[in-house]
Design a binder for this molecule. Structure first.
Ligand SMILES: [Ca+2]
Length: 427
């Protein structure tokens, strides 16, 4: 996450005002080349809609839809499709007309990964303390143990956490952590609600003080998806033999999943990433990923097997057919995204430096394997801008409320009384 970019840029856009995600002049008709260092006057740069995708980037494009014009109002309405390919999931419940958030837990130290046990208890990692805290639905907390061998420092430490889909019988939770010389994924066994055993399933992922990735989630296929940062080796992101700058897809024993796209790199699912810390599946089964830009563009991507997402050869939108262009980009001062979640028809993205919870409506369900897929998102909407400081992780709780965490104790923030906290929507 280390960047040369200048200091904070106040967004100044408020909930429901709609002025932030809706540049009055609209998007540029062509994607901005990644290396221009262009700025975005509105804080959000809109990628091309389907009608604006150059034919060279969409050789078999069948024009279908553009983002619904209603999105330009900034109203946090559910996505509204304008054609059969843009029909939102029927299960998507509307976003509340006015979002409210309230503290669920305060006083946490560098909270990072969160997932839920079958009984609704959340497990929350502390990056710097290497501990796991159990959080009940009422906000009560208990110690759930510690992960051995964690070597925190900079952005490294105890990072993502994912509960096994087979937890009722295997009592297993997976964590991504930084050891002395590498990043690792460990399987933890829980007994009576606390860690009782630990063994590594993956070792040798590159580590560094910064760009450690760290998000792990289970997909609907019960496979483990992992965001691994480039660990300060940008060119390695294009090298399939280097596991940094990748999204991995693994069996729960740490081996590469059947059907992964590269026989010579059995763990790798997609490559050309800089530092993915946000992963989430939508109701159409598509994997979304957020990643930090260097000093120009943060990205929200739709991930497809074998896709090359461009880093370090491109950053942000691209016309080059060798690379998958992002669905949305932000100036790094506006986002610097870590966790994402899918809730009520939108991607919700936690911004660290941007200190904003971004809502990105999902406007289509096109397959990620369709290279001609039009933009699948509406205009982003900024929530809670500057209100709580840096935001790290966002997850959907079993009761269909949205949780998000602050990250003001991570060494880059300004902790305030009660930090760090988990907030819950509706409050
Ligand atoms: Ca990219």
């Amino acid at each position: 996450m280390a960047r040369r970019a200048a200091g904070q840029l106040a967004i100044g856009c408020l909930l429901l005002v709609g002025g932030c995600g809706t540049p009055a002049t609209g998007p540029s008709p062509t994607p901005a080349p990644s290396t221009t260092g262009a700025t975005s006057s509105g804080g959000v740069t809109t990628p091309p809609t389907s009608s604006a995708v150059p034919s060279s980037a969409a050789p078999t494009s069948t024009p279908t839809t553009t983002a619904p014009s209603s999105a330009a109002s900034g109203e946090p309405s559910p996505p509204v499709g304008s054609s059969s390919t843009a029909t939102p999931p029927s299960s998507a419940r509307p976003v509340p007309a006015e979002l409210t958030a309230a503290d669920l837990v305060t006083g946490l130290s560098t909270p990072w990964g969160i997932d839920f046990l079958p009984d609704g208890t959340a497990l929350v990692t502390s990056r710097d303390d290497a501990t796991i805290t159990a959080v009940r639905e009422n906000g009560d907390t208990t110690d759930a143990g510690r992960v051995d061998g964690v070597s925190p420092g900079g952005e490294a430490g105890l990072l993502g956490l994912a509960v096994s889909p087979g937890y009722p019988t295997d009592h297993t939770v997976f964590v991504y952590y930084t050891a002395d010389n590498d990043n690792r994924i460990a399987a933890l066994t829980l007994t009576d609600g606390s860690v009782s055993a630990q063994h590594d399933i993956v070792t040798g992922l590159p580590r560094a003080a910064n760009h450690d990735g760290g998000r792990i989630i289970f997909g609907p296929d019960k496979l483990l998806y992992v965001g691994v940062g480039d660990a300060g080796n940008p060119s390695g992101a294009q090298d399939l033999s280097y596991l940094g700058g990748k999204i991995l897809r693994l069996n729960p024993d740490g081996t590469g999943a059947d059907g992964n796209p590269f026989p010579q790199a059995p763990l790798v699912y997609s490559y050309g990433h800089r530092n993915v810390q946000g992963l989430a599946f939508d109701s159409a089964g598509r994997l979304w990923a957020a990643e930090f830009g260097q000093n120009t563009w943060d990205e929200l991507n739709l991930i497809r097997a074998g896709g090359n997402y461009g880093w370090p050869n491109t950053e942000g939108l691209t016309n080059d057919p060798k690379y998958v262009s992002p669905q949305r980009v932000w100036a790094t001062s506006e986002a610097s995204p870590s966790g994402i979640a899918i809730w009520r028809g939108s991607v919700w993205m936690a911004g660290l430096r941007g200190q904003t919870l971004w809502q990105i409506p999902i406007t289509g369900t096109a397959s990620t394997t369709d290279a001609a897929a039009p933009n699948q998102t509406g205009e982003p909407i900024a929530h809670f801008a500057q209100q709580y400081g840096r935001l790290r992780t966002v997850v959907v709780a079993p009761d269909d409320r949205l949780w998000f965490t602050t990250s003001n104790t991570d060494g880059r923030g300004s902790p305030r009384p009660g930090d760090d906290r988990i907030l819950r929507i509706p409050g």
